[in-house]
Design a binder for this molecule. Sequence first.
Ligand code: ASP
Length: 439
Amino acid sequence: MNRIVCKFGGSSVADAVQFRKIKDILSGNQERKIIVVSAPGKRNPQEAKLTDLLYSTYDLSKKNLDFSEPWNLIKERFVEITEGLSIRSTIREELEELEIEMKNHESEVTVDFVASRGEYLCAKIMSEFLGAKFIDAFPIIQFDSLYRVTQQSIDELKDTLSDPNQLYVVPGFYGSDMQGNLKTFTRGGSDITGAILANACDCLLYENWTDVSGLLMADPRIIKDAHSISYVSYREIRELAYSGANVLHDESIAPCRAKNISIHIKNTNSPSDHGTTIGPTPSNFSRTITGIAGRKEFSMLYIEKSMMNKEKGFGRKILAILEDHDVSYELSPCGIDSMNIVVDSKSLHKVEGTVRAEIEQKMHPYKIRIFDNIALIATVGHGMVNQIGTAAKLFDALARENINVRIIDQGSSEINIIIGVNESDFEKAIIAIYREFVG
Ligand code: ASP
């Protein structure tokens, strides 16, 4: 039988009512056999996510401070869920053990272990509630430093989850590194767990259940009436997710793409809505653009040196200095005698003085300047390929709004145009582009 992996995000497991909705969703399709859960998320905007509470608890415990405030909230949430579902589970005992461990100053309990308990305990409750088999992610999902899952791990996953008639529940967000330590993915990483399982088990589909009915063409906080996207290609979603579209972890695309498994984004609170399908073929060309996404808090490092174009290895040496200080770059548009490198402001600010000094010492530039408060905006769509005049329309729209474009980058794939603007122009620029292409 073809199987479907269903990943339920934090808001979908926020309380007992949400757990019941999941049971209904699963009963609607017998192919939904592999379930991945996040830790319980917020029930209202004021509440903290359980994972954040776990991080706070760990921090306080490491500083030998009283951690009862976040810890009590964690316990209450789990107790409320188990009582709301009337299940007898061992969650209380597991929480007590963890509390003792965190109170022990000699304990070697790690931050990743503590953070992972949100997903671990949630999966235990879910498996008991659904009468499904609980499979811990720690011993079976092993990955390297780039979060690439090992072949051995894929084989093990296949074996462990091999019964096509069995319903399995697996906690998201963690596995183990090559040395056998428990490691979490980056934040939002339960999406990656779901994608890994879909890949390893050659599933028919990966359903990602959340609290919105799919992806919108732009951030609804900026474009109130943003259209929904019913289909988007893997390539487009990678660009959009990386550029800030907040719906799916960008690293969860590759495992599905490797096996042409479509991803379906669905709404737990409104399961009959169409949602967004992410798949291998290019989106249809009825619209020039598929979506717009953007992020703030970038800095631009501007380096000027006469005859830079003749100096072999100039760019490589500058990038090596950034690499040595753990600053990765986003874009690097160049002129003949100048180079601009766009980097994440936070990581640059930590080492700004040293980086500047090293560039001066090793590269003898004529000028180095750092411009902060830059926002990057990506306009993405297969419809732009070979479409004459797309860039002209985009820049016209920005000019009409008096927006100064600081950076321009169009990849050779032609499926995206990235611009850099002052942060103060960010929202205005997104509105201008959206109105130009979508209306
Ligand atoms: N619970 C983790 C987080 O809040 C992972 C996830 O929800 O995907 O980032």
